[in-house]
Design a protein around this ligand. Sequence first.
Ligand code: NDP
Length: 312
Amino acid sequence: MAEKVIIIGSGPAGLTAAIYLARASLNPLCIEGFISGGVAGGQLMITTEIENFPGFPEAISGPELMERMKNQAMKFGTRFVSEDVIECDLSKDPFLLRTASSTFQTETVIVATGATAKRLNLPSHEKFWNRGISACAVCDGGLPIFRNQVLAVVGGGDTAMEESLYLTHFASKVILIHRRDEFRASKAMQKKVLNNPKIKILYNTIIEDAIGDKSLSGLKIKNLKSGETKEIEVKGLFYAIGHKPNTDFLKGQIEIDDEGYIITKGRTMTSVEGVFACGDVQDKIYRQAVTAAGSGCMAGVDCERYLSGKNS
Ligand code: NDP
């Protein structure tokens, strides 16, 4: 028997879609992911405190927020499977989705598999992850441990510019570290960074390792032109070296752009009728929990309307 709707992914986008579809009595099945996107529940599962999700003035931890969303989706009848979708055939009617142990048939699909922030392979990455190292300045930059401290951002794209500028509101100084001598960011963003007296730029520089006791206190860096290595004192390091959307299982099935993001048409519709996408897997600009949840709501509503149009 084909499912009416399967949601792939269980971050804020997938779970919000699940809440809407379950309340619409569509009995959704959520294949919540296991390891391919990092962790079920998405990037918030590795975020400590969330201070900017509306409704939580005292802040909430990422895992707790995701647990609440999952409970809300379950309360209305969403069923969960803890596996990754590894392959799909969207040319079939109903669509076919395969996991390691089963094949599912479904009339509609909502893809909410997110994007994984790229990380530097520093020897001490694990030790300082969430103890000074983060991949999202907008999510974590305002936390008390980073206030009035010297913070570093690595990268040379628009995200690195945006995150550096954002951090100047909290930091005493921001050090932007880039491996080349020119940025790939838009000229407008570069100009803002270059004109900001709180931002110091280290060009042609790579980070060799992070240092510190219990939390990050510095970086070992190397100038690629001179070969000189030295240590600098920073209390935070923010990766801004790009994201990888989790769309490998969709290759050849659906329109994706050069970077792997799903192309949505107008709202949450994709190039395949009956397949919808929401959250970071189709958003390279905002990437916030609240925008992901908002687009999950849109995908749920679009899917419900599609199904009622099809069946009437
Ligand atoms: P990008 O891919 O544009 O930039 C990634 C940056 O990280 C590059 O400068 C790259 O260096 C550097 N980098 C990659 N890997 C490493 C590594 N291993 N070590 C050191 N540095 C590394 O990603 P963004 O997230 O910045 O942007 C993605 C897309 O989103 C872009 O299209 C961007 O325009 C868009 N965006 C738009 C915004 C806006 O309009 N406000 C805001 C944020 C993003 P190198 O240059 O040497 O390759």
